[in-house]
Design a protein around this ligand. Structure first.
Ligand code: AMP
Length: 283
């Protein structure tokens, strides 16, 4: 695997490869890699000549400075994981490479109602920072395909919209959520869970699965109330939101039966670790 820290060195390599007709699949990450990230690299490898992974903990998408500070940074073990996944290129830039002082500030996109719900409501400014870094990384890497996880449902929906607004030809490939054996969605943040909170964390996905069953038999509000009550009962967890939304507009769904694409999204604090998960209930 080739490792690049600067934009210039990465681009000179990738542009040579493109001249040779090679295609590029790109998976942006913030590191502390797990098998969920590996699944993106594996998909990128399968569909392109070259798989590029970036590791960059983007300061502009953290609305909470403590969260940024506590975010795990494990470049040495990440490099081994990527080698094993047969990733071709790792781009691990310092902040000054991604945001040099002379960089023109990218146009802010108008995502309309997409950014006003769920993560947008609870993490003000998060999606502006996320869109800014994804746009910048796409400008740098200029891939053919972009690989993102369903785990961050709202994130990939916003990136899809951004690609449309940019009139970009980059194809967004969304990969399924990888879970631990007990159902907990894999996340870089899971390593920070206390053993007690880790033991209770699978209740999040269990609740979503149960909701998927009850929503077919009961009015939507009942099914949601039961799920929220179950989440609120988890010791030492602090419920943030659970919303049933349309998978494209991300706006609330009020009737399960008449909607064609239904997703449940959840955010909850396990001690001081914020966890998110989602499940497509109907598509
Ligand atoms: P992150 O490093 O958390 O910013 O995530 C980088 C990419 O990996 C994003 O596109 C995520 O949606 C994706 N990802 C994170 N967790 C998982 C998972 N459990 N399964 C699949 N993809 C994931």
């Amino acid at each position: 695997m080739l490792l690049f820290h600067t934009v210039a060195s990465l681009q000179s390599y990738l542009f040579e490869q493109k001249k040779l007709g090679k295609t590029i699949g790109f998976a942006p990450t913030m590191g502390a890699l797990h098998q969920g990230h590996v699944s993106l690299i594996t998909a990128a490898k399968k569909q392109n000549s070259i798989a590029v992974c970036s590791i960059f903990v983007n300061p502009t998408q953290f609305n909470d400075p403590k969260d940024l500070e506590k975010y795990p940074r494990t470049l040495v073990s990440d490099t081994l994981i990527l080698e094993q996944a047969q990733c071709d290129v790792l781009f691990a830039p310092p902040v000054a490479e991604v945001y040099p002082p002379n960089l023109e500030v990218s146009n802010k996109f108008d995502f309309g109602a997409l950014t006003q719900v769920m993560e947008g409501e609870f993490r003000p400014g998060h999606f502006d920072g996320m869109a800014q870094v994804v746009k910048r990384l796409l400008d740098i890497v200029q891939p053919h395909r972009l690989y993102m996880g369903q785990k961050d449902f709202q994130q990939f929906s916003i990136v899809q919209t951004m690609l449309i607004l940019m009139k970009s030809e980059i194809e967004l490939v969304v990969c399924p959520i990888l879970r631990e054996e007990d159902g907990l969605a894999m996340s870089s943040r899971n390593v920070r869970l206390t053993s007690e909170n880790r033991a209770n964390a699978p209740l999040i996905y269990k609740t979503l699965q149960k909701l998927g069953r009850t929503i077919k038999k009961q009015p939507l509000e009942n099914a949601v109330s039961i799920a929220i009550a179950a989440l609120k009962k988890i010791p030492n967890f602090r419920f943030e939101y659970l919303q049933i939304v349309h998978g494209e507009t991300l706006q609330p769904v009020t009737d399960f039966n008449t909607s064609d694409y239904v997703v449940v999204c959840v955010a909850i604090w396990a001690g001081d670790v914020r966890l998110i998960d989602n499940e497509i209930l109907k598509k």
